[in-house]
Design a protein. Structure first.
Length: 253
């Protein structure tokens, strides 16, 4: 296994946690969010603490029996510049465990919808990242916000992570994957790094979308694509990203 890959070590699961996976994972997330909220209000939620929070959720995920595989982190580790990350969006799990893989190597913020910045308790951790906030009611306004604030972040050596899909989905629909990331990378003249994500171990809830069934029998997989430099109108690069994500998801089943 390459140094830039990750795979859940053997014998990480706990019997009782495997019996009650949803209870254990949600309890850990609630504890992490409450702790992060308290530290944010005290202005003590440092980068190290943020990485520890994410690592804690990763370890709990492994204790309930889920295997986690991450490929090709060297795609961004070796970059000498900030970058624009673009990823498909399958579940809420991604926001909780991506930081422990990305943040040790790169400062990063997220493009988020406005409602998340008002979410009880969670809003403190989100707002402490100085996210780029869009309301998804005015595409033209959202584009201007992402371009203006995104370029400003990148100039400060802060990478930007975008989920271009309009909503979370267990199925990847290229038609719902917009070109915000391409446009930001082109304007900033910086590389774009695609991320393929398979996180359906955390299902989408029927009544509350954010709280679905936890199924640890489904492996959690992430793969970083090699950096792409946008030239021209970006159509070729956009298709390259769609192909990378689609082919990874297909290979993972």
């Amino acid at each position: 296994m390459a140094y830039s890959d990750y795979q859940t070590p053997q014998n990480q699961s706990m019997w009782i946690a495997k019996r009650l996976p949803g209870l254990f994972l949600y309890a850990r997330i609630i504890l992490v969010v409450l702790t992060a909220s308290r530290r944010c209000r005290k202005n003590t939620y440092t980068l190290d603490k943020r990485i520890d929070s994410s690592s804690s959720i990763l370890k709990t995920l492994e204790r309930i029996g889920a295997d986690v595989f991450v490929e090709n982190m060297s795609a961004f580790i070796k970059l000498k510049t900030p970058c624009v990350f673009v990823a498909n969006h399958m579940s809420a799990l991604e926001a909780f465990i991506l930081p422990c893989f990305v943040m040790p190597y790169r400062r990063v913020t997220f493009v988020v919808k406005k409602s998340l910045t008002r979410y009880p308790f969670l809003k403190h951790a989100i707002n402490s990242l100085d996210p780029i906030v869009v309301d998804r009611t005015n595409p033209r306004k959202d584009l201007r916000t992402v371009l203006d604030q995104g370029v400003a972040c990148l100039k400060q050596n802060i990478s930007v992570l975008i989920f271009p899909q309009t909503t979370r989905s267990l199925h990847f629909d290229p038609a719902q994957f917009n070109t915000l990331g391409i446009k930001l990378a082109r304007k900033s003249r910086l590389p774009i790094v695609p991320i393929a994500l398979k996180t359906d171990a955390w299902g989408i809830g029927r009544l509350l979308k954010d709280f679905g069934k936890i199924d640890p029998s489904k492996a959690v997989r992430m793969a970083f694509g090699d950096p792409i430099h946008v030239t021209g109108n970006g159509k070729r690069e956009h298709q390259e990203i769609l192909s990378f994500i689609g082919e990874k998801l297909q290979s993972w089943g």
